[in-house]
Design a protein around this ligand. Structure first.
Ligand SMILES: [Ca+2]
Length: 121
């Protein structure tokens, strides 16, 4: 699931008290309230569910039999350490109802983006 990513820029300035005419401004990019990006942690194939197919897709990606775009890799990297076999194992353990240490199956929502400092002047 992915919505449009039109960015709104919020510009804020701080006045330098030692030099009253000097301002330091920064622009922060944020997303509109209704523009969200979300994914289900562990849903490597993007079908909206976490199943054994997601572990299989990760395994196939690791031996270069499958391509995953950056959004799918983000969902597949359940351990947060880069995509590797531990992600497939974690999904298998989740499906076998072991303790869900990595919050697999939970929806991860981004509703606001903050980009690095952007000097305005
Ligand atoms: Ca899936």
């Amino acid at each position: 699931m992915k919505a449009a990513m039109d960015l709104i820029y919020l510009v804020s300035c701080a006045v330098n008290e030692e030099k009253p005419d000097a301002e330091k401004c920064a622009a922060t990019a944020i997303l509109p309230v209704n523009a969200t990006e979300s994914y289900i942690r562990g849903d490597a194939n993007g079908d909206g569910h976490v199943t054994i197919m997601d572990a299989t897709v990760i395994q196939r990606r690791l031996v270069e039999l499958e391509h995953l775009n950056s959004d799918r890799i983000k969902a597949a990297d359940v351990t947060g350490e880069g995509l590797d076999i531990s992600d497939a194992t974690a999904i298998q353990m989740y499906l076998a109802e072991y303790e869900n240490t990595f919050k697999i199956g939970e929806t991860v929502i981004y509703d606001e983006y903050e980009l690095p400092f952007i000097p305005v002047k």
